[in-house]
Design a protein around this ligand. Sequence first.
Ligand SMILES: [Fe+2]
Length: 513
Amino acid sequence: MDRRNFLGDLSRHAAICAAVPTVERLSRRLRFAENPFALGVASGDPHATGGVLWTRLASRPLDPDWGMDGVRTPVVWEVAEDDQFGRIVQRGRYMAAPELGYSVHVDVGGLLPDRWYFYRFRVSDIASPTGRLRTTPAEGALTPLRFAFASCQHYETGLFTAYQHMAAEELDLVAHLGDYIYEYAGINGRVRKHDGFECRSLDDYRRRYAQYKLDPLLQAAHARAPWVVTWDDHEVDNNYAGEIGENVYESSEQMRARRAAGYQAWWEHQPVRVPRAASWADLSIRRSLEWGALAKFWVMDTRQFRSDQPCGDGNQRVPCGKWGDPGATVLGESQERWLVDGIGQSSARWQVLTQQIMFAPETTEPKPGDSIYMDVWSGYPKARDRLLTAIGERAAGRTVVLTGDIHSNYVQDVRLGFDRPDRPIIATEFVGTSISSEGDGADRSPFFPLEAEAKRPEVRWHNHRRGYVSCTVTPTDWRADFQLVDYVSRPGAPKVRGASWRCEHGRPGVTKV
Ligand SMILES: [Fe+2]
């Protein structure tokens, strides 16, 4: 709603209320002197008969009180078959509470499978922007899917131009693989600046999410299609592992408090269906999403349950410390069992590991003295071997690994044993670049120089520009289109297709389109 319409609505509202000028009504007019839907709307975690509808009331999102008055506020929500809301199929009321940041999570059900719906919220007579929700196909259906995945949107290092292009595509779903916010303090001289210091408290993280959510291009991409969101490290702290932070002087108690703040703020700002835990620090977000019988998305968390990077973070020469220890874990025992059992039991055509960190090795057949980056799966080779064995036995030729985190595109063959190039290919890894992290980018990553290419035959394609990946999935085919923007330091970069790759169901390996 533009300001003039909004003020028009407000004066109408004021005229209606004028007959009964109570203190409550006067305070309500004051509260919503500005649009309470400044953070936009979103839908997420769809299923065959519904999904989650999200907004968060805040008329001045960066103010300490968010432009709200601390009182619980009723929000009306509506779901319709048409964007004019002529055929409303569901309507309800939700009480937005200040202790949950005035976030709204409506878990709507009773809809028809495989359909687009429109939704909006209202407070008083102020309507939110309209968003779209698509239900998934019915159980057993092999309806094709077109979705995009994205990650890593550092606000300071670039504009969210990629989302402008994503919002213009006809997509059924968007998967976000984490680094939705960055926790760092604001730094001068960049494209944009974070408001405030490094995030530690709930208020810090809320303000950071609010700053990101105010971006109109991000809002447009959310309004356009349902999202399935997981997190990576920067939603709390760079490269944290379990209760161990980046800064060694931060105690596990301090890290738990920080996790509680970061996790709660994440929940308040995302259209997700995850069960609440006794403590926010223990919020478990792993879940799965089925697209009929075509695809099952395993939404994973590679941060909260992992053991510490085996011999310190960063690049380390192997062998060292607990590198190669079977006890080292990325997913934790419970999540690993859930995933391994799940892919064995699922009859969906495609198993989709919706996760964060690079699965393939930096070095094929690592030798003593080789340098290995410890924050990715290569730092935990035994844990990766267990998962590879499970994929090989249960879902070879029908598994696709989606990865974010490292701000570069890679297309990679996944072999049964990464350290044995003679082993069979069992899956494909599509690593998606960042939306904006690391700035404008280049065709080649400084971390993957030309001379490294010969040592990594499993890398079939690489590119270091910004963007996202759109995928078209059918029962027989998975096509990935790598969508790039040449710059994010100024607005308006056109979308360029960097490359397209496809894999065939039942025949592991990729071919260039
Ligand atoms: Fe990142």
